[in-house]
Write a protein that binds this ligand. Structure first.
Ligand code: F6R
Length: 239
């Protein structure tokens, strides 16, 4: 595991964007796994800036979205698909047919999870998976539990996760209670993983994830077992 300590949020975002950009240059038709949330916004902004300068080409890239709320209709600004669209997809030359995401409005959620796992398999797996870290140690929406859930599945969101995401909704009542998320197996099968973490309020959980025991109670701790993880953090490691 490589740990890169950035000076500030902007530096973290540039470093993460550099790693993603290098992946796209080395393999223009690569499969990127992308997360939503506040942490990657600067990374996506940096990628868009480089795209505008003609420094990065997304025309052959494929993107697999990490997770999606259940029960929020397509096109709703609260969906992660919308979020990633406005931060990145709609701002670069990524063909819409190259974007894959789990449908949180599917009638049969289990069938939808199976469909998504097959898509990832058919794409040949993920070359680079970008991850943020939840305050409770979640990656994707793999919430703390008694076992690592392997494949794409429907989760009941932890109350802490709902509270953390309530800032995007009018009220706590509107925050979805369920989400579809890539499972730990699909994340761990990515050839490279890039974890970005920002801010001292994530210190405790980041240290648990990187240096504590590997346990489903801290889902991100499984990353210790992956052969190619890069962590880019700022202000989140006290050591
Ligand atoms: C989002 C996701 C989550 C977030 C995590 C951190 O697609 O899967 O695991 O990465 O909750 O969120 P922020 O960056 O908002 O602190």
């Amino acid at each position: 595991m490589k740990i890169i300590r950035a000076r500030d949020y902007r530096d973290m975002s540039r470093k993460a964007a550099n790693i993603i950009s290098a992946q796209v240059i080395l393999r223009p038709n690569c499969v990127l796994g992308l997360c939503s949330g506040e942490t990657p916004i600067g990374t996506y902004q940096q990628l868009v800036e480089w795209y505008d300068k003609d420094d990065i080409d997304f025309s052959a890239v494929k993107v697999v979205c990490l997770d999606e709320y259940v029960g929020v209709p397509a096109g709703d600004p609260h969906t992660f698909r919308y979020f990633l669209g406005s931060c990145l997809f709609d701002c670069v030359n990524l063909p819409s047919g190259n974007i894959f995401y789990p449908d949180g409005m599917a009638q049969d959620l289990q069938a939808e999870c199976d469909r998504y796992d097959h898509i990832i398999e058919d794409l040949g797996g993920i070359d680079l998976q970008l991850l943020g870290l939840g305050y409770n140690g979640h990656i994707g929406f793999n919430e703390p539990g008694s076992a690592f859930e392997k494949t794409t599945h429907c989760v009941r969101l932890a109350e802490g996760t709902r509270r953390a995401n309530a800032r995007y909704f009018d009220s706590m009542h509107d925050v979805p209670t369920q989400a579809l998320t890539l499972g730990i197996k699909s994340i761990m099968q990515a050839k490279k993983i890039l974890l970005i973490v920002s801010g001292e309020d994530k210190s405790y959980v980041l240290e648990q994830a990187l240096f504590g025991p590997v346990t489903p109670r801290v889902p991100a701790s499984i990353l210790q077992l992956h052969p190619d993880v890069t962590v880019v953090e700022h202000d989140a490691l006290r050591l």
